[in-house]
Design a protein around this ligand. Sequence first.
Ligand code: AP5
Length: 191
Amino acid sequence: MTMKRVVILGAPGAGKGTQAKKIAEYLGIPHMSTGAMLRSQIDNGTELGNKAKEYMVAGNLVPDEVVNDIVATSLKEAVRDGGFLLDGYPRNLDQVHNLGYILHDLGVEIDGVLELKVNFDEVVERIKKRAQIEGRADDSDETVRNRLEVYKRETAPITAFYQTAGKLTVIDGMGTVDEVWKRVKAAVDAA
Ligand code: AP5
């Protein structure tokens, strides 16, 4: 079976966005990053962006109703067009259930969930480097600490849900981008 409806999970800085771009290109499906969607709303100065900004700058999750709305619209289009790679969503159990409802209504299921495992020292290093290069507003030391706490508390537990559902593949995310990609591609090919 070729994976067409895929979720990628992992801590902040684990390399989700980097690998998601490669997977999306490989599978010919759109890369849907909720973080990127929210940052684009902020850049465009929309009402939604203004609402999201205070949460993102503090490293907290944007309220579910805001994110669920953005995802629902884009997901419907993506499912109609043949699939999606979701990066940054779902991020807590309520979002897991919301995603389930949306897909159920559309008559489809997730084909697979890929979790990139990277130790926390390494993600902090990766984000520090990115902060020097890109200056992303939520990459300051204090915000990163909170993003990791939020990840541990809210997002890490959702892997158990997908494990029980038989959808989860855990991938070692340590090493170079190319080394990780070889493992990711192998997991995608094995599905
Ligand atoms: P989001 O944009 O999703 O950020 P994140 O999950 O914190 O992840 P990052 O973008 O920091 O890292 P990544 O895992 O994508 O790694 P990347 O490939 O960039 O979310 C931001 C915020 O938006 C959240 O905090 C929240 O406020 C809000 N939000 C988003 N979705 C939400 C939702 N569903 N609900 C509520 N709120 C939501 O790599 C990181 C760096 O490392 C890069 O510089 C990269 O070049 C480098 N790198 C990648 N791979 C490697 C490697 N193998 N070796 C060395 N360097 C590498």
